[in-house]
Design a protein around this ligand. Structure first.
Ligand SMILES: Cc1ncc(C[n+]2csc(CCOP(=O)(O)OP(=O)(O)O)c2C)c(N)n1
Length: 515
């Protein structure tokens, strides 16, 4: 058995079931090994940003890593922005990156690059396999490193000769350490804060934002008079009927400051203290008031759910006492010209039970929250690293992970163009994704930002950098050209009809919503 096959078998032993790939010559032995090993689904992406973004969406829904297969430094580099997003989302991913044979590197052939140097900024674990006999153990360690709480990117670089030379066979799954539990002192000090009755926010992230954690956090908040809030951007948030509804820290600095005004304590549960997305002239970077103390109940790598359960016990709060959101569907919008509110209304009304929402709606999505609050129960996935071009791949990966759930992509047009090839993967794999494409023909949020940073009165040249019409993108043709059925909507009635068609279809569907 060669090194490549020993690696594929090791990955399967460790529970890795999917490999999102975009291979080249140096990965051919890995590709060939995929044929010989059962248990690994292979999904081709036509650009590496699709591959890495899909691996992110997959792992958020499966709570375990997929692997990627990438071609040397340039292939990894093409996938970097979405690996950055995955790092910020604390998503487990195992990258397998092919490289030149160890003895070939010194000749500086065209594709020779500093692969480790490209990998490190987005990876918590990087290793280049020394020889074919090390590959299997390295692979097992890569999966364990990726799976360590809260989840991280691990990158294993595979020189071509380590893939084709003789190995010692596959390795067993390596143990993954359990997340450490917080000590009693932390529980006691946070309990004292909550007993004080002073205005307090509990800021939650990660696993706390699943139904169980929200119920615990919601019960503690209700009993203590604190407010439970989620971070601005979250990897996966359980929402809708039957869940504890929570707000997120808003993106606009003034709105975030208003939300936290008068707060004396912030208790972090797997979250980071809230900071502005960007610095702006005359606005603060830190979003909490000066006289507000920040306390940590549990860090992201710690057992946040255990800490919350312990805190509830300490405060004698029953975990079943949280107020749950009742089903409250918005009415379907009356016919008229389409806008972002009528789209939000229709999505809230028609969202199927157990749907997964992949949100890269950017400016067009900021009003979605109230219209979907009381929708059928669903999971909401966001970009956590601010690098646009994640939405379509993330929806693709989530659909690979959950074939029995409907995926709804809320997708801004400018962002969609970064990784538009994901539509082809959706078609090839027959994935159940309905994409609502907000065709505003602009980088609309950048127009606001131009104003926010103090650059006023933009001229034609500046505006041309912020508008993406001329020519308008024809999304129906783009989607159909990649095998995805599509329709266009310019009115509310057309949009509702298109959304119903998308939801009724079992494969990918794209709605160009012209706004
Ligand atoms: C990788 C990356 N490149 C560039 C940007 C800067 N950027 C932020 S928003 C934006 C435009 C987004 O336009 P669109 O997706 O159409 O959404 P809209 O603003 O129109 O709602 C750009 C280019 C970014 N965030 N990430």
């Amino acid at each position: 058995m060669n090194g490549a096959e020993s690696l594929v078998r090791t990955l399967v032993n460790a529970g890795v079931e999917v490999c999102f790939t975009n291979p080249g010559t140096s990965e051919m032995h890995f590709v060939a090994a995929l044929d010989r090993v059962a248990g690994m689904r292979c999904v081709l992406g036509l650009f590496e940003g699709v591959v890495t973004g899909a691996a992110d969406g997959y792992a958020r829904m499966k709570d375990k890593p997929a692997s990627t297969l990438l071609h040397l430094g340039p292939g990894l580099g093409n996938g970097l922005a979405n690996l950055h997003n995955a790092r910020k989302a604390q998503t487990p991913i195992v990258n397998i990156v092919g490289d030149h044979a160890t003895y070939h590197v010194e000749h500086d052939a065209p594709l020779t690059a500093d692969v480790e140097g490209i990998a490190w900024p987005v990876s918590a674990w990087v290793r280049t396999s020394r020889d074919a006999r090390s590959v299997a153990a390295d692979g097992a360690e890569a999966v364990a490193a990726a799976s360590a709480a809260p989840g991280q990117v691990a990158t294993l670089i595979l020189p071509a000769n380590t893939a084709w030379e003789e190995s010692d066979g596959p390795a067993d799954k390596a143990p993954v350490p359990a997340p450490p539990q917080v000590d009693e002192a932390r529980i006691q000090s946070v309990a004292a804060v909550l007993r004080s009755g002073e205005p307090t926010v509990i800021l939650a992230a990660g696993r706390v934002l699943r139904a169980e954690g929200l119920a615990l956090g919601g019960a503690i908040a209700a009993a203590s008079g604190a407010r439970l809030i989620a971070q601005m951007s979250n990897s996966r948030l359980a929402r809708g009927a039957g869940r504890v509804s929570i707000d997120r820290v808003p993106y606009p600095v003034d709105q975030a400051l208003a939300m936290l005004e008068g707060i004396r304590h912030i208790v972090l549960v797997g979250a980071k203290a809230p900071v502005a997305f960007f610095a702006y002239p005359d606005k603060p970077s830190l979003l909490w008031p000066e006289n507000c103390a920040v306390h940590t109940l549990a860090e992201a790598h710690e057992d946040t759910l255990h800490a919350l359960a312990w805190l509830a016990e300490e405060l004698s709060v029953s975990k079943d006492s949280a107020l749950l959101q009742p089903l409250a569907l918005p009415p379907l919008p009356a016919d008229g010209p389409l806008d972002i509110d009528s789209i939000a209304c229709a999505v809230g009304a028609l969202l199927p039970e157990n749907a997964i929402v992949a949100d890269e709606a950017i400016g067009s999505g900021r009003g979605m929250h109230p219209f979907t609050l009381g929708a059928q129960p669903h999971d909401w996935l966001q970009i956590c690293g601010g690098a646009i071009g994640l939405g379509l791949p993330m929806a693709t990966g989530a659909a690979v992970a959950c074939p029995d759930r409907k995926v709804i992509g809320l997708q801004a047009d400018g962002s969609a163009m970064y990784t538009v090839q994901a539509l082809w993967t959706q078609a090839r794999e027959g994935l159940d994704v309905t994409t609502v494409l907000f065709a505003n023909r602009a980088y609309a949020s950048l127009k606001h930002e131009l104003f926010n940073v103090g650059a006023r009165n933009p001229g034609r040249k500046a505006l041309d950098m912020l508008e993406i019409g001329r020519p308008d993108l024809d999304w129906v043709s783009l989607a159909r050209g990649m095998g995805v059925e599509a329709g266009r909507a310019t009115t509310n009635a057309e949009f509702v009809r298109e959304l119903r068609a998308g939801l009724a279809s079992e494969g990918p569907y794209l709605i160009e919503a012209v706004i």
